[in-house]
Write a protein that binds this ligand. Structure first.
Ligand code: NAD
Length: 356
């Protein structure tokens, strides 16, 4: 099925209002989840709604927390999200980073104890829209999913890294990926009838490579998935290099921010993020930097493609998908739509009414 982004956002917003969030927070949850769907990252879109609802009901996530600036060093700040929604904490932290970088030339913002902050490229895009370069290291405390290079046992979460570079007169460069061979959400999507996984992204305890979501979730019964039930793991991307970058995400986003690392032992699940914001003008004339960047990107784009291939800039696939889905609507596999309908039903919300 397909649903228009506006209707889908309103449906998700109305679910979270009924679950106890303020209208502002519920609107942000809907807007940022649907924004991920629009860029093609369905793993970080509305498929997350049932999990957010359970976390809210279990008290893992707290509605309407006001993020607190726990330490303030001017160009440096530590933001404590107090286990509130990532859709409230991440824009707060990003806007603080933007304001402080505009004031000081650069800023470093540590965010801890945030609910799921979704697609990290969203925050790099927000900084780029304000004219700033940014980098973001992210981890997930208490979430063991990924085996380090050379191992079959989970030691990391999917720990994304993102970077944004604004290019005046052209679209920004937005690089944003999980340091695992696939984001966990892509395994979730595949397990619910979405795009199948490539053949070597999961690993069984005996070292066999796998593309079967059951490696992560255990036997696939119904639509509920518990990523702690499978015996295997997701593999780190890029062999020792991706595994090393993931380790740095644990240290920078988990240990340095005080948010907590993936393990050992049970920890309250939350996102930590260490972000750097840079004002180009602090480094040189804006026009010179932009001219050099544009000339380089033109040069990059003229690299001769492989047969049938295409040379794309980071951020380009998401922009293409956004214009396509903005026009045609967001496609959702029927099982995902069924979980959304089920989330609305106890509140008397009929998801199909939002499809008009
Ligand atoms: P991915 O493998 O789809 O890679 C996306 C990146 O690669 C983008 O920057 C994209 O522009 C670029 N790209 C894609 N195809 C390209 C091509 N052909 N040429 C050049 N560049 C190309 O992303 P992923 O690893 O599946 O991650 C998906 C999302 O999951 C990300 O948005 C990430 O932030 C998010 N995530 C979030 C969390 C969290 O805890 N909040 C955890 C893990 C992942």
């Amino acid at each position: 099925m397909r649903i228009d982004a506006v209707g889908l956002t309103a449906f998700v917003r109305d679910i979270f209002i009924r679950e106890g969030c303020s209208e502002g927070e519920a609107e942000r949850i809907g807007r940022f989840l649907v924004a991920a769907n629009l860029t093609g990252h369905d793993s970080h879109g509305v498929i997350r709604v049932p999990r957010y609802v359970s976390w809210l009901r279990e008290g893992e996530l707290v509605a309407d927390q006001t993020p607190e600036i726990a330490l303030d060093g001017g160009a440096f700040a530590l933001v404590d999200a107090k286990y509130g929604f990532g859709q409230t904490a991440a824009p707060f932290a990003t806007d603080l980073g933007i304001a402080r970088a505009k004031e000081h030339g650069v800023s470093v913002i540590a965010l801890r104890h945030a609910g799921h902050i979704g697609r990290i490229g969203e925050w790099a895009e927000r900084a780029a829209a304000a004219g700033l370069v940014s980098t973001h290291y992210v981890n997930v405390a208490g979430s063991l999913l990924v085996a380090p290079f050379g191992s079959v046992e989970r030691r990391f979460s999917t720990n994304p890294f993102a970077a944004g570079f604004p290019v005046p007169g052209a679209s920004p460069i937005i690089l944003d990926f999980a340091t695992s061979a696939v984001a966990e959400g892509k395994v979730l999507v595949a397990s619910q009838g979405g795009k199948p996984l490539p053949g070597d992204v999961l690993i069984e305890p005996d070292g066999r490579l796998s593309a079967d979501p059951a490696t992560l979730y255990g036997p696939l019964v119904g639509l509920d998935r518990d990523n702690q039930k499978g015996a295997g793991a997701i593999r780190a991307f890029g062999e020792h290099k991706g595994s090393g970058l993931s380790l740095m995400c644990e240290l920078l986003a988990g240990a340095l921010t005080g948010s907590g690392t993936a393990g050992p032992g049970p920890r309250r699940v939350c996102n930590g993020m260490l972000s750097l914001y840079l004002t180009p003008e602090a480094f040189g004339a804006r026009d010179d930097i932009a001219a050099e960047a544009r000339a380089y990107l033109d040069f990059f784009k003229t690299a001769r493609p492989t047969p049938g291939g295409e040379v794309l800039l980071p951020g380009e696939p998401e922009r293409r998908m956004r214009s396509l889905r903005g026009a045609e609507g967001v496609p959702l596999p029927e099982p995902v739509w069924a979980t959304l309908l089920a989330a609305g039903r106890p509140h008397g919300l009929d998801g199909n009414a939002y499809r008009a």
